[in-house]
Design a binder for this molecule. Structure first.
Ligand SMILES: *[C@@H]1O[C@H](CO)[C@@H](O)[C@H](O)[C@H]1NC(C)=O
Ligand SMILES: *[C@@H]1O[C@H](CO)[C@@H](O)[C@H](O)[C@H]1NC(C)=O
Ligand SMILES: *[C@@H]1O[C@H](CO)[C@@H](O)[C@H](O)[C@H]1NC(C)=O
Ligand SMILES: *[C@@H]1O[C@H](CO)[C@@H](O)[C@H](O)[C@H]1NC(C)=O
Length: 443
């Protein structure tokens, strides 16, 4: 997607409005609606980033089609509607068919934008690759065909373009059957309208959700294990040539964080004027270097009700705040400095290490309430995905604190379907408001 048409961030910086990329947050578009573009792919074209993803309708797994958003800074996203609209009764893109992991690339020879995706029926019995084309990035995209790649099966779909020669490749796992369980790296023809030849096959590792990050010297192929919508420890293979030899796989994120609770899906290489940045995108997109914020530790917090400070050698200052339950057993951080503007706050927590499973279904086990300055009229919800015991992760919320150093933040527990427990809290970090620095200037 980059390569001949690579963008320079310096060009973007002049006009872009200053925002952060906030990993794990619920992102909103320029109209204030939640961004709805799951398992997305990003293309750079016409001075903008274009994000394509699965449009999910509540209560319906499939059938929403592919949405498209554009951005100049990767943080401010404008919605352009549905790029690939489902068609009732269509054999491959009707609302009951699976349209997953879309990727778009510009085809020089055809002068069109080519969208590829994993095309399937509801029971994943077809295992095809879909192609639709459009004259502009936003579409509308017209369905061309859904085909079996070189006769084989194709499940999770990825698309990689080599920035050195502009050649595009399809990456796909070939399903869960005994004869499958491989991940293919196959070149496209020059039009990006058909597959050409298999360049490498990651045999029998039984991985999925592939994406490739290209550095000046090497290629890093990232893939996840097959655990459905539950995240796992994403692995990478390295090679200096796409045809290999490829290394053995290793885990890319700190152990037991399940890749910070995300599944791989896409990656971006952003060539800046000073340095090249690599972005990993999963269902929870992650940036590796955080903006500097001010930290408030659990030891300085006060507890109410049954909440207490538990001795914990893995916690900051050897303690963790636990027993957080409902409205009465809460913890409060004091003397927090605020600006009067919305600020991102990271809540560092641990949970007990079991998966997000309650009463036989997969859902969040730990949900907390967050109240600023005792204002219970405005209770924020903090979703805390599972961690391992002793592994501390964070969840972000955007809060407006009063200007000055006298703010309080109180954390309680919200109902998860069974009880009112919040996760154990280690510390909170308050970041400067957006608008003062662009996210890439902090790096
Ligand atoms: C999906 O396709 C497979 C292979 O043709 C078929 O066996 C299966 O019944 C189909 N599933 C649905 C829901 O139509
Ligand atoms: C769609 O793909 C199938 C299988 O490869 C092929 O037989 C058929 O001719 C294609 N149809 C179109 C309209 O390209
Ligand atoms: C797909 O490829 C695998 C090897 O990767 C092979 O065993 C299998 O038979 C192929 N399936 C089809 C439908 O060609
Ligand atoms: C907490 O307070 C809210 C609002 O007053 C109330 O609806 C809820 O039931 C309370 N929860 C618990 C566990 O006390």
């Amino acid at each position: 997607m980059f390569g001949p048409k690579a963008l320079s961030l310096a060009l973007l910086g002049a006009s872009a409005c200053a925002k952060y990329i906030v990993p794990g947050a619920r992102w909103r578009d320029t109209e204030g609606n939640l961004v709805n573009a799951h398992a997305g792919g990003i293309m750079a074209d016409q001075g903008k980033f274009w994000w394509y993803g699965e449009y999910k309708i509540e209560g319906q797994e499939e059938g929403g089609g592919i949405s498209v958003y554009s951005s100049e800074d990767l943080a401010t996203w404008e919605y352009h509607g549905i790029a690939l609209e489902p068609i009732d009764g269509h054999p491959y893109i009707s609302p009951d068919m699976i349209i997953q992991r879309p990727k778009v690339v510009y085809s020089e020879p055809t002068g069109k934008y080519h969208m590829w995706w994993h095309a399937d029926n509801a029971t994943y019995g077809l295992l095809l690759q879909g192609l639709a084309t459009a004259d502009s990035p936003v579409g509308p995209y017209a369905f061309v065909n859904a085909t079996a790649p070189l006769g084989n099966w194709s499940q999770d779909f990825g698309l990689f373009t080599d920035y050195k020669d502009g050649r595009s490749y399809a990456l796909y796992s070939n399903g869960d059957r005994r004869e499958g369980r491989d991940v293919y790296l196959t070149s496209f023809n020059e039009e990006v309208s058909e597959l050409d030849e298999v360049v490498h096959r990651f045999d029998k590792y039984d991985l999925e959700a592939p994406t490739i990050i290209q550095t000046e010297k090497s290629y890093y192929a990232l893939m996840s294990h097959k655990t459905g919508y539950r995240p796992n420890n994403v692995v990478a293979f390295r090679a200096d040539s796409l045809s290999g030899p490829w290394s053995q796989p290793w885990i890319v994120a700190p152990l037991n964080t399940r890749t910070f609770n995300s599944q791989s899906g896409f990656s971006l290489r952003i060539k800046g004027t000073k340095k090249t940045t690599y972005l990993y995108l999963g269902d929870q997109a992650r940036v590796w270097k955080p903006v500097k914020g001010k930290t408030y530790y659990g030891k300085d917090a006060t507890t109410a009700g049954d909440a207490f400070k538990q001795e914990a050698n893995f916690g900051s200052d050897g303690i963790i705040l636990t027993g957080i339950y409902g409205n009465d057993s809460t913890v409060t951080f004091h003397n927090i400095e605020g600006t009067g503007k919305p600020q991102w706050v990271s809540f560092y927590y641990q949970t007990q290490g079991s998966p997000d499973r309650i009463g036989g279904s997969w859902q969040l086990r730990r949900i907390s309430s967050v109240v600023v300055n005792g204002n219970t009229e405005k209770v924020e919800t903090l979703y805390q995905r599972d961690t391992h015991k002793g592994i501390i992760l964070s969840a972000p919320l955007q809060l407006t604190l009063e200007k000055g150093k006298k703010n309080t933040i109180t954390i309680g527990g919200l109902y998860n379907g069974v009880d009112y427990k919040g996760a154990d809290i280690d510390r909170i970090v308050v970041y400067p408001p957006e608008g003062e620095k662009k996210w890439w200037e902090w790096w």
